[in-house]
Design a protein around this ligand. Structure first.
Ligand code: SAM
Length: 412
């Protein structure tokens, strides 16, 4: 077993019982300036049961044309389950919602945003807490059970604690998670936990202060590490650390990040960098497959043992999770490029301005905000009406990255 290299600013860690759990898709987000004047295809609502009906023969695509749906060979019917309103055309039951509360961020990570990123939308454009509550409420009534607040950086919103409290209070929300870059977490961990947030994911791409600063262009490793400590102390479970793999910027950090899992109840997940308009120039040099990194970890630390599914609970995300022998924490790999996971997709996304996004890489979004003023069930009706347009899979492997600008706009 290698010597454990503690980070200099890491005093003794509170030891919380780890609840190993297979990681979820990171706060990976599709982003492009929201298409304006979207024409919602298809006819007006034909009732809430429509999305539960057989797969439609034609799939709507942006621009108003349709093309035949190609059956996805990777999606199998699965076992018989009770009806679930949020079931898409391929039989996938959608139970997980990621809510972006802002597209603003106080960092400018090299793989995510340009240095001079411009945010075209004003604060007033973002959904207010009561609007988020109403929209999430409609989705929860249809079957969403787990919700994640993300961004942008959700903790730059002054009302983030109120948002968390309102969402967690919705009957049917079984689990509330938050994704953050951690810069404000030392201050907000306690209030967020008190508001009902169950778990946090913290982006942490390097444990070296200089490299961290270079990658984030303005972040302080110390501030983020204080946030990690505060999250552990506040009792979030699990606390996950997400590192995007960058061949020329942080491969040296892989070992130290893995070492964190030996004696701390932390789940460290390595994410393959996904191409967007903002980072395409980096992709050829920076992309590293997680298989390569896994081999490297095993060469240094020994076998990564797959987490027992019974112990880990139902698998809800695309990450493969492992543990080093005797470790308290877990190591995961999120592999949107090398191993796709669309067949098990269980998620929907809500943008900070109240649009529904059915797939991370789909170009279309469906405005919902205007329906808040309509009858109580208008939102639910519209959601069910468009649900069947959720595509079978993304086309990354075929080189089609859609129109992503950055992951920042929708927050994954
Ligand atoms: N600000 C929050 C955070 O830092 O976690 C939430 C939003 S951030 C966009 C969510 C996650 O997406 C982070 O873990 C970030 O590292 C990851 N991410 C951003 N751009 C990415 C890309 N091109 N490929 C893979 N992951 C990316």
């Amino acid at each position: 077993m290698p010597e454990i290299m503690s980070h200099p600013s890491l005093p003794s860690q509170p030891r919380l019982p780890i609840q190993p759990e297979l990681p979820e898709l990171p706060e990976i987000v599709a982003a492009r300036p929201t298409p304006r004047g979207l024409r919602i295809l298809d006819e007006p609502d034909r009732g809430a049961t429509r999305a539960m009906q057989a797969r439609p023969e034609r799939l709507s695509v942006p621009g108003g044309t349709t093309r035949p749906i190609q059956p996805s060979s990777s999606i199998s019917p699965g076992p018989q389950l009770p009806p679930h309103p949020l079931t898409d055309a391929f039989g996938r039951r959608l139970t997980y919602l990621r809510v972006s509360v802002t597209d603003r961020c106080n960092l400018r990570c090299t793989y995510c945003l340009p240095e001079d990123a411009d945010f075209p939308f004003g604060d007033r454009d973002f959904l207010r807490p009561e609007e988020i509550e109403a929209m999430v409420g409609a989705l929860v009534r249809l079957g969403i059970r787990r919700v994640r607040l993300t961004g942008g950086e959700p903790l730059v919103r002054k009302d983030i604690v109120e948002i968390a409290r309102r969402v967690k209070a919705l009957p049917g929300v079984e689990n509330l998670a938050l994704s953050t870059n951690g810069t404000e977490l030392a201050r907000l961990a306690e209030p967020l936990r008190a508001a009902g947030v169950d778990r946090v994911n913290i982006s942490l791409d390097s444990l070296d202060a200089d490299r961290f600063r270079a990658i984030t262009r303005r972040g302080s490793l110390e501030a983020v590490w204080n946030g990690v400590e505060a999250a552990l102390a506040a009792g979030f479970s699990p606390v996950k650390l997400n590192a995007v793999l960058l061949s020329r910027q942080n491969l040296e950090d892989v070992d130290r990040l893995v070492e964190l899992t030996l004696d701390r109840p932390l789940s460290v997940r390595f994410i393959e960098m996904m191409p967007t308009a903002s980072n395409r120039h980096l992709q050829p040099d920076e992309y590293v497959s997680s298989d390569l990194v896994k081999q490297r970890i095993e060469a240094r630390f020994g076998k990564l043992l797959p987490l027992d599914p019974d112990q880990a609970g139902p698998r809800t995300g695309p990450a493969a999770a492992y543990q080093l022998a005797g470790a308290q924490g877990a190591v995961g790999f999120i592999t949107p490029l090398s191993h796709t996971f669309c067949a098990n997709c269980n998620r929907l996304r809500l943008t900070a301005r109240g649009e529904l996004r059915l797939c991370l890489f789909a170009d279309r979004v469906y405005p919902l905000r205007h329906l808040l003023e309509d009858s109580a069930d208008a939102l639910e009706t519209e959601i069910l009406r468009v649900l069947h347009e959720k595509p079978a899979e993304h086309m990354l492997a075929k080189g089609d990255y859609g129109n992503l600008v950055s992951f920042m706009e929708i927050g994954g």
